[in-house]
Design a protein around this ligand. Structure first.
Ligand code: FRU
Length: 519
């Protein structure tokens, strides 16, 4: 690798004078957030179990993130809504638990909206209520073998999500006798001036409408004959989005499924179509996957992102029900994906939803090492040329080729002989993450996996790769294909190789950013 000249750009890396409170806070966070496998730039609860992200809403400069939380254990149990806020989607402040179980049940997944017009009467136009809409899961009902143990409840906050009052006449949507009847995602439908709730109902979604978030009317069903049915439908999301760079509006329906993902286990599919306030009509019936990795589930988008921002912002739970409860972290369990922007592309009359990391990623870039443009053949070890410990790391590569290489990608390794590879194969025209060469995989029979997806890159490839202490997220060709996978290496990865074999490749851009911890 000596022959490569490395240009080093040190980005702003300014110290700041610490007041004693800030110092205390730092010392504290160092203890808590330095455990093995603890993500450094992904959201994790300080302690205990987390699953789905819930109730994401933006209000007065804060992105709220609620989440399925069991505050007494690092496995799933009585569900609460944990709570955190961020001003930039990257640095998070933990807040007290927002919603506790009550006599109607555990608090399962759901959404939150700002009721600016005070349709509910819970606030006022000057002081709008933040309203959470969630599923009650009644354990006694389930244990007694009833079918109607899931219903929808609401709660509101008049102090920026800090304290909550549950609506006294909950539930607002009773169960019609269907076992899986959950995860309400509510949006304001401008054209019909109504709230629309999208609900996961066993093998389809149901749409309900309301003028006030309290009284709900059934509108229609979608999905029995559409998409993938490898598992129960969960955590839907419905939102409008413009085709990138145009005024053409389409509606996206996101649906997570508990099993049957393209590489196994729980995963998320989406449909592109139209919605008229009553019915969703899908264009085509092929299954589209939001992410081909094993670890992006139950993700939905933020409500009330300011119009001048205009982005569709998404976050998912970075785990898989196949092994979520046994991954080798004990103080806390589960992280979220890095927040993503969803972008709708249209080519030859086909619509495709791309995901890219939010631009706020720039805030945690610390040092950047650039490998100059050149033609290369074979591997090169990057670690020997960059003076920081490999992880956390962002790798941005833009590569061109005349003939497709047999293989091109990135390999992480360590002195314990472990390897994690993410690479494109020109032979199969596919992208792969291989996490079989890790030593710490015995916690689950299905964790070690070779995750693969078809993609054809005839003239080159663009890769944006985010690597944290126990996760890798790969965005291929500006998020046309995404793969998110966790890994738990027995030792820290400290060596990075850019791997290529077969034909020559030409480096158009190769940047390695050291990323700062957000904790
Ligand atoms: C998805 C899910 C949701 C449910 C929640 C319970 O992971 O099963 O359908 O509301 O988790 O924690």
């Amino acid at each position: 690798m000596g022959k490569y000249i490395i240009a080093i750009i040190i980005l702003s890396f300014l110290g700041c004078s610490c007041t004693s409170t800030r110092k205390e806070k730092l010392d504290n966070s160092e203890k808590i957030y330095k455990e093995p496998y603890r993500p450094q730039f992904h959201f994790t609860p300080e302690t205990h179990w987390m699953n789905d992200p819930n109730g994401m809403v933006y209000y007065e400069g804060e992105y709220h993130l609620f989440y399925q939380y069991h505050p007494e254990s690092s496995v799933w149990g009585p569900m609460h809504w944990g709570h955190a806020v961020s001003k930039d989607l990257v640095h998070w402040e933990h807040l007290p638990i927002a919603l506790y179980p009550d006599s109607l049940g555990y608090i399962f997944s759901g959404s939150a909206v700002m009721d600016y017009e005070n349709t509910s009467g819970f606030g006022s136009k000057d002081k709008p209520a933040m309203v959470a809409i969630y599923t009650y899961h009644n354990m006694e009902g389930e244990k007694a073998g009833r079918n109607d143990f899931q219903s929808q409840g609401i709660a509101y906050s008049l102090d920026k999500g800090r304290t909550w009052t549950k609506y006294e006449k909950n539930p607002v949507l009773k169960n019609p006798g269907i076992r899986d009847f959950r995860d309400p995602k509510v949006i304001w439908h401008k054209e019909s001036k109504k709230w629309i709730m999208t609900l996961a109902v066993q093998d389809h979604t149901s749409f309900y409408s309301s003028k006030n978030l309290i009284d709900w009317t059934f509108e229609s069903d979608f999905g029995k004959e559409f998409g993938s049915h490898g598992g129960v439908w969960e955590c839907p999301d419905l939102f409008p989005i413009n085709v990138e760079g145009t005024d053409e509006e389409k509606w996206i329906l996101i649906v997570s499924i508990g099993a049957g993902g393209p590489n196994g286990g729980s995963t998320t599919q989406y449909f592109v179509g139209d919605f008229n306030g009553k019915e969703f009509v899908s264009i085509g019936n092929d299954t589209k996957w939001l992410d081909y990795g094993r670890d992006n589930y139950a993700g939905v988008t933020w409500s009330n992102v300011p119009e001048e921002d205009g982005r569709v912002l998404f976050i998912g739970w970075m785990s898989n029900w196949q092994y979520a409860t046994v991954v080798p972290t004990y103080k806390w369990r589960s992280a979220n994906t890095f927040p993503r922007e969803l972008v709708l592309k249209k080519e030859d009359n086909n619509y495709h939803l791309n995901s890219v990391p939010v631009k706020e990623l720039e805030l945690i870039r610390e040092e950047c090492y650039i490998i100059p443009n050149q033609d290369i053949k074979g591997n090169f070890d990057v670690t020997n040329t960059i003076p920081f410990k490999a992880i956390p790391l962002e790798i941005d590569l833009e590569i061109a080729w005349d003939e497709q290489p047999q293989k091109f990608g990135v390999k992480l390794s360590n002195s314990a002989g472990e390897e994690l590879e993410a690479f494109y194969s020109g032979v199969n025209e596919s992208f792969t993450i291989d996490r079989t060469k890790l030593k710490n995989i015995s916690f689950s029979d299905v964790f070690a996996s070779i995750d693969k997806a078809k993609i054809s890159c005839k003239t080159g490839i663009k890769l944006q790769i985010l690597i944290d202490e126990s996760s890798i997220e790969v965005f291929v060709n500006d998020g046309e294909l995404v793969m998110t996978d966790q890994f738990f290496s027995a030792e820290k990865f400290d060596k990075i190789d850019v791997v290529s074999s077969g034909n020559n490749i030409s480096v158009k851009e190769a940047k390695f950013y050291k990323l700062k911890s957000v904790w």
